[in-house]
Design a binder for this molecule. Structure first.
Ligand SMILES: NC(=O)C1=CN([C@@H]2O[C@H](COP(=O)(O)OP(=O)(O)OC[C@H]3O[C@@H](n4cnc5c(N)ncnc54)[C@H](O)[C@@H]3O)[C@@H](O)[C@H]2O)C=CC1
Ligand SMILES: O=C(O)[C@@H]1CCC=N1
Length: 274
């Protein structure tokens, strides 16, 4: 399928919260006509906000299911069962259903919809808002190459996409789905350190954010291993190695490994909508 064909499809975002709105804005930037996009929301004020902000039509879930070719389900994992129960009578097997919910397996969605419905599971992340997202994609039982291409036509314009076997989705959720939060957490913590060292908060924030951007661009563009890049900063008997020793003493590497393992485990728990 070409990008042009994909753009002529009607896409509905069901449950347009943080990630749903981020995807919606990305589709509009990528050239989707607002007339070909539908949104659903639980509250009327939220629906009105989305209509004003993006020029899209807000409809109910049943209407969206009937009118759209592709449905993006972006409610919380705990709300998926109720949403699918509501949608089931209205979703024909000709639809593509994309689930963005953490932990929810494609079989969970397939089992609640008409037999044969194509389901694709996608784990995006919030940098889709600035077209730097990472979206990890897996096909369900009835999804073929065409369905994967349709999903990619939505997620590729807002960042990178990667196809993985579905058994890797919980790990991907821990790494890239939640990943941006870890970097924000580090920035928060390092800004606090700047304050301790006597810098004004705004200045500490700017120093750390620009360092993060510089480091991220070098990681992406230099082709160098992170160890090499770190070694280039770490002068003999200098400042950086003193900091690294403290990070090692405080078990930061082990803490990160344990943290991502906990995120992976939580994703697995959500599989039943828990
Ligand atoms: N926030 C993130 O960074 C990411 C979130 N996700 C997944 O996306 C989903 C949504 O997450 P967020 O956007 O963070 O949550 P959110 O709470 O901001 O958005 C969910 C929205 O769904 C609405 N909703 C719930 N039931 C509904 C229904 N029956 N009909 C219509 N609207 C309904 C809620 O009112 C809310 O606005 C979750 O499953 C999460 O695992 C996936 C990747 C990244
Ligand atoms: O925290 C969460 O459960 C969602 C899924 C990945 C990012 N946010």
């Amino acid at each position: 399928m070409t990008a042009t064909t994909a753009l002529t499809q009607t896409v509905a975002v069901l449950g347009t919260g943080k990630i749903g709105e981020a995807l919606l804005s990305g589709m509009i930037r990528a050239g989707w006509a607002p007339d070909d996009l539908l949104v659903t929301a639980r509250r009327a004020e939220r629906a009105e906000e989305l209509r004003i902000r993006h020029g899209v039509r807000a409809v109910d879930n049943a209407h969206a299911a009937k009118a759209a070719d592709t449905l993006i389900l972006a409610v919380k994992p705990q709300d998926m069962d109720a949403l699918l129960t509501e949608l089931a009578p209205h979703v024909g097997a000709d639809k593509l259903v994309i689930s963005a919910a953490a932990g929810i397996p494609t079989t969970f969605v397939e089992d609640r919809l008409t037999d044969g419905t194509a389901v694709v599971r996608v784990m995006p992340n919030t940098p889709v808002l600035v077209d730097e997202g990472m979206s990890v994609i897996s096909a369900g039982r009835h999804a073929d190459e065409t369905h994967l291409a349709r999903a990619e036509a939505i997620f590729q314009p807002v960042g990178k996409t990667l196809r993985v076997p579905e058994k890797q989705q919980d790990a991907a959720t821990a790494l890239s789905g939640s990943g941006p939060a870890y970097f924000y957490y580090l920035v928060e913590a390092m800004t606090d350190a700047g304050i301790l060292l006597g810098l004004p908060r705004a200045q500490a924030h700017d120093l750390i954010v620009q360092s993060a951007i510089g480091a991220a661009v070098m990681l992406r563009d230099s082709g160098e291993h992170p160890v090499k890049l770190r070694e280039a900063v770490t002068s003999p008997a200098g400042t950086t190695i003193s900091a690294i020793r403290e990070l090692e003493n405080h078990g930061v590497r082990a803490a990160l490994i344990a943290a991502l393992e906990a995120a992976r485990d939580r994703s697995r728990e959500l599989a039943g909508g828990a």
